[in-house]
Design a protein. Structure first.
Length: 294
């Protein structure tokens, strides 16, 4: 059979079996688009988060009680001695200490799993308004004299529950009622927009901790060298704790760490899409083989 006859026969076969041909083409296109979309989405989210962290927290150093961010729950937590060591470092302006975790939140019989940050009320206000530029949509910031009050994110207030949460409403955390005194403006980061901040005095009832901290957020003074201050914090904490099992991350380093996590996630998603594409390719090959036999 001549080459032109083969092409003519194949073209005639495709036109005669339009539905089969169309479905085959759609399968190929969907497979390719799935991989391209997952790669684009993964790297898009990764770049957005790293850029936002770098921009918003250029003068912020984050300290975790573990060398691996993913294993904080199993680490030796910070204590008051560690806090004083960090506060005494030259160049440090404000240290926001507290306990960060997740728990079930109830509002009008609806439940939602939210991130909760228990911290010193007045320091939280100073830190987030000056370091990150966060503002309240309505209400007020918490006071040091408060205990069962909270400030919540924009999305948690407006989008999470069937009924919107307003100033003066109460949400339930671990069988305790917390009065909402402030609602943050929309930040654009889903974690922050769905978060809850409570006074550290209530941490023992929510997380069963007392005078323990799993996070320090350090704001350095204007004009100070972030790298130099972070190195000094490492030295002081090593003396205070007697080990090196902690992480001191600048905004740039934190962004890189999160970026590496997203890279692994992106590779996993692409792998799943690749397997799906392979399965589809086998099906398409089978269809083509049957067409040739026919």
């Amino acid at each position: 059979m001549k080459p032109k006859d083969v092409v003519s026969f194949a073209g005639r076969n495709i036109t005669q079996k339009k539905t089969q041909s169309l479905l085959t083409i759609i399968g190929i296109v969907i497979g390719i688009l799935a991989i391209v979309s997952l790669i684009s989405l993964g790297y898009g989210v990764q770049n957005y988060i790293t850029e936002e962290i770098s921009k918003a927290g250029a003068s912020v150093i984050t300290v975790y009680p573990s060398q691996q961010i993913t294993s904080i729950a199993m680490s030796k937590n910070f204590n008051d001695q560690d806090l004083k060591a960090v506060e005494g470092v030259r160049g440090v302006d404000v240290v926001l200490y507290g306990w960060f975790g997740g728990t079930q939140v109830t509002y009008h019989d609806q439940e939602y799993y939210s991130s909760v940050f228990a911290t010193k009320s007045s320091t939280y206000q100073i830190f987030f308004t000056e370091a990150y530029g966060y503002e309240l949509e309505k209400g007020r910031w918490m006071k040091d004299s408060d205990k069962y009050t909270c400030v919540i994110g924009y999305s948690l207030a407006h989008d999470t529950f069937d009924r919107e949460i307003d100033i003066g409403d109460k949400i339930e955390i671990n069988d305790k009622k917390y009065k909402v005194v402030g609602i943050l403006e929309q930040i654009g980061n889903p974690d922050d927009d769905n978060s809850i901040v409570i006074p550290y005095e209530a941490a023992s009832e929510v997380f069963d901790v007392d005078d323990e901290y799993n996070m320090f957020m350090v704001k350095i003074k204007d004009g100070e060298d972030v790298t130099k201050v972070s190195e000094d914090i490492e030295d002081e904490l090593e003396d205070s704790r007697g080990d090196e099992n902690f992480s001191v991350l600048t905004a740039e380093q934190l962004a890189e760490s999160i970026s590496s996590i997203f890279s692994v996630l992106t590779i996993f998603l692409v792998g799943v899409a690749g397997i799906s594409l392979l399965v589809g390719a086998v099906g398409i090959s089978n269809t083509m083989h049957m067409s040739i036999l026919e």
